[in-house]
Ligand binder design. Structure first.
Ligand code: 5AD
Ligand code: SF4
Length: 463
């Protein structure tokens, strides 16, 4: 037998930047490379193949790639002096947007691979081994999901991501996604049912459906018709073992009535919704090409809360979009206060090459952006605390996922997505257990397993 890549174990290290879709993609890349003999390692220094899975959404995120490549170069040189070869690949949205530029600027890189080509990784890696740099950033005609291996691995965590939709047709004027991830595409329902069933068989209890514009999902159903996200959620809720469903990220314009209704009548759909509004002033929303007004957003939240009164709301907000005045910013703060978000992510506007907003005059000075972000984050933090404080004294079901930091502690998530810590046996990992919330700390809630819950009965005898 030859000493080819399949006859010895090679080590793969994947470093993930950016959003949850990249976390999912990193996992699928590792699965795609497993048949070629690659096993994951946590240590970059041990890796025969390093993949940086990158994010292009804001300038800071994109810059991280080049500084990380500096570190990778040193590591590659150190390994080379010990006679070890290291392949370096750049994947994700920076790869897609700046592929040729990466090749030019960083000769440490052997392979640049865009998000639509991950199924070709074993071939691309083999090709890169004998070449001076391979660039794979086309949008291939075949569906990568048809070619990626099934997700049959035993799962370490009871919670998993499933990408159901990719790309975006909305063209918000600040955003690179329509360019890096391309046009909207929804995976067919049968493929998603199969993937979710395999995950459930591997021990997964909670699935988060991912998409850049997930609620625009319109995949082919088994009846040949287009199914909505609501239809998909109802179908996945039938899969034995799946107890919790979530989805992210949504656009207000695609928050259809059937989806709002699911929040009211499908108990497996968790009471949590991430619904970016980006800015509170209509003038800004128009310049951003958001296709909704502040009043439409307010009214939508009203309908969602009517269907599910306890829903935890989350959002994304940009401060300092070109032309934003103090008065516009005040409208953002007012809307945040009025709605009362359980969580919110806020960003300083960052001009992205190729997007319409990047060439607008009237860019807001860095100092003003910084100050607005500080003010906004204080308001967001107040509201987060208020939401969490309101849970103290209540009993909530917690899906325990991992050991806590302190001995004897386990950690999981509430239906509203807060981290919850509690004393409890490890046998409860993967279980949903009622917890009395006793305190709200800066990063997590603390609770006591409800005495009415006979968890002792569930502890498996040691074998
Ligand atoms: N500048 C700042 N924030 C941005 N986002 C997207 N593009 C930009 C940009 N150019 C934010 C939006 C989006 C989140 C994922 O990132 O709020 O919802
Ligand atoms: Fe970007 Fe989201 Fe707007 Fe699409 S909807 S362009 S992904 S911010």
């Amino acid at each position: 037998m030859t000493d080819g890549p399949t006859s010895k174990t090679l080590k793969l290290h994947v470093k993930t930047f950016g959003c949850q879709m990249n976390v999912y993609d990193s996992e699928r890349m590792a699965e795609a490379l497993a048949p070629a003999g690659y096993a994951l390692t946590e240590e970059m220094d041990d890796a025969d193949l390093v993949i940086l899975n990158t994010c292009h959404i804001r300038e800071k995120a994109a810059e991280k790639v080049y500084s990380e490549l500096g570190r990778v170069r040193q590591m590659k040189e150190t390994r080379a002096s010990g006679g070890k070869e290291t392949m370096v690949a750049v994947a994700g949205c920076v790869a897609q947007a700046e592929g040729a530029e990466i090749m030019r600027r960083a000769n440490v890189v052997d392979l640049v691979v865009g998000p639509q080509s991950y199924h070709q990784l074993p071939d691309l890696v083999a090709k890169a081994r004998g070449a001076s740099g391979v660039l794979a950033t086309d949008f291939p005609t075949e569906d990568k999901f048809d070619h990626l291996p099934a997700r049959t691995m035993k799962r370490a965590l009871p919670s998993a991501f499933v990408t159901v939709q990719e790309g975006c047709d909305k063209f918000c004027t600040f955003c690179v996604v329509p360019y890096t991830r391309g046009a909207e595409f929804s995976r067919p329902v049968s493929q998603l049912v199969q993937e979710t069933e395999s995950l459930a068989q591997g021990g997964v209890r909670e699935i988060t459906l991912l998409g850049q514009n997930v609620n625009a999902y319109h995949g082919e159903g088994p009846d040949g018709k287009d199914w909505s996200l609501a239809d998909l959620l109802r179908r996945l809720a039938e899969i034995p073992g799946i107890e919790r469903l979530r989805y992210t990220t949504s656009h207000p314009r695609d928050m259809a009535d059937d989806l709002i209704a699911v929040h009211g009548d499908e108990p497996k759909v968790m009471p949590y919704l991430h619904l970016p509004f980006q800015a509170g002033a209509d003038r800004m929303l128009k310049a951003m090409n958001r296709k909704h007004t502040a009043e439409e957003y307010r009214e939508l939240i009203g309908r969602i809360r009517a269907a599910r009164p306890d829903i935890a709301l989350s959002t994304d907000i940009i401060v300092g979009f070109p032309g934003e005045t103090d008065a516009d910013f005040e409208e953002t703060v007012a809307l945040v206060r009025e709605i009362g978000f359980a969580q919110a992510f806020s960003f300083k506007y960052s001009a992205r090459p190729g997007t319409p907003a990047s060439t607008l005059e009237d860019q807001v000075p860095e100092e003003a952006k910084k100050e607005r972000l500080r003010v906004l984050q204080d308001v967001i933090e107040d509201e987060r605390k208020r939401f969490e404080q309101a849970l103290v004294g209540r009993t909530v079901p917690v899906l325990f996922e991992r050991k806590g930091r302190k001995p004897g502690q386990i950690a999981g998530r509430s239906p509203y997505l807060q981290a919850v810590h509690s004393e409890g046996p490890e046998s409860l990992l993967g279980e949903i257990v009622e917890v009395d919330i006793t305190a709200a700390g800066p990063n997590s809630l603390t609770g006591v397993i409800n005495s009415g819950f006979a968890w002792d009965d569930r502890v498996q005898p040691a074998v």
